[in-house]
Design a protein around this ligand. Sequence first.
Ligand code: PLP
Length: 428
Amino acid sequence: MNSIDFSLDTARRLDREDPLADWRAAFHIPPAPNGSDCLYFTGNSLGLQPRRVRHLLEEELEDWARLGVQGHTEARRPWMPYHENFTELNARLVGAKAHEVVQMNSLTVNLHLMMVSFYRPTAERPAILIEKPAFPSDRHAAASQIRFHGFDPDQDLIEIGPREGETNIRPEDLMALIEAEGHRIALVLLPGVQYYSGQVFDMAAITQAAQAKGARVGFDLAHAAGNIPLQLHDWGVDFAAWCSYKYLNGGPGAIAGCFVHERHAEDETLPRFAGWWGHDKSSRFRMGPEFHPIPGAEGWQLSNPPILAMTPVLASLEIFDEVGMSALREKSLKLSETLLQWLDDRLADTVEVITPRDEKQRGCQVSLRLKEGDGRRIFDALERDGVICDWREPDVIRVAPVPLYNRFEDLYHFVDRLEQAILMDRTL
Ligand SMILES: Cc1ncc(COP(=O)(O)O)c(C=O)c1O
C-alpha cells in the first residue's frame, strides 16, 4: 500500500471511496460521553447491534404471542427447524459444506463436545497441543479433558509460545514442534487468530502437518469467524467452534457455531455426548430409546435451540452473507494497514505494535504496547474520551477496526487522541 498522509481530509476521502461505507448505518453505534458516536474498536470483543435485530426479534415475540406452541411449525420461521436458517450462511462464512456446520450452544461447550469425540487419548498418544498464552477457557477445557481421561496436564498439555523476548509464535517453531512431538499428540487445538496478539495461524499448514503425524486438529475460531476468510472444508480441519458475539455481532453470549468435517459425518463409532436434537429428524418425535445421529454437524446438537437467543445471530449473519467475506477482508486490510502506517508516522517512538506486520498473519485486530508512560492510565483516558478499545493484562491495548462499521475517520481520531493522551500522561 502507498504511503497515506495522516490527515482528516485523507481519512474522509478514504471513507468516500469505501464501497462498504453505507453498512455503518445498519448498526447502532454507542454514543460517547459528549453525545457524538463513540470510536468503537472492540468488535473483536463484542460486536455492535445490527439495527435489523429488533425487527426480527419482534417477529419472534409476535409469533410466540399469536401461536403459542404452534409456532414450532407455523411461525414465520418455524422454530422446529430454526437452526437450519443458519446452515447456508455459516457454510459460506467458514468455507464448509452445509452438513458440516451447525449453530448451537456456546463456544466452550462446543469445544468440550468436540473433544469428547475427537480427543481420544491413549497411553502412547495422550497429549493436546495448545498455544501459550491460550485464552484461559481453552486452556481450562483442554486441561480438564486431559484429567477426565486420567492423564496429567503437567505432562500432556503441550504449550507453544513465542520465543523469549518475542510476542508472536514463529510458524517454523510450531511446525518443528508438531514434527518432533506429533507422535504423542492426540489433538492440536489452536486458534485461527490469537486473541492477545492478533496473530493469524496458517490453519491449512497446521492441519496438514498434524494430521500427517496422526493427530486430530481443531480450531477455536472465536477471533477468526467474520474476521478472516476461512476454508475449513478444503483445509481438512477435523472440527472448529466459534462464538458469535465478537465479529459476528450476535449479541452478548450469543449462540455459537460449530464445524465437523464431512469425513466424520456418518461415523457412528465416534463417541459423543448425545441429546434428542442430534437424533434423526424423521424419527425424533417417535420418542424411542435408540439414538441415531443426524449425519453431519447437526448430529452433535443436544437441545432444541433457544430461538430468541438465535435470532440476533441470524440478523447479523445475513449481513455477512450480503457483503461477503472477500469484500470485508479487502476493507479490513486497508483499515489495519492505514492504522499501522499512521501509528508509525506519529507514534513510532512510543507505541510498539505486537501484531505481525505481514498481512497474511493478521486480521482486523492490532495489539499495541506503550513503551513509555502508564499504559493503563492512558487507556482509561482514551475511554473517558469516548475511545472504546480493550485492555488485556499486563500491558496490551487491543484495537480492532472492523470493516462493517468502522471508518477511516475513526482511525484518524484514534491516533490523534492516543497521541494527546500520551502527551498528557507525560505531564502527570
Ligand atoms: C479465544 C476464546 N476462546 C474461548 C472464549 C470463551 O467463550 P465462551 O464464553 O463463549 O465459551 C473466548 C471468549 O472471549 C475467546 O476469546
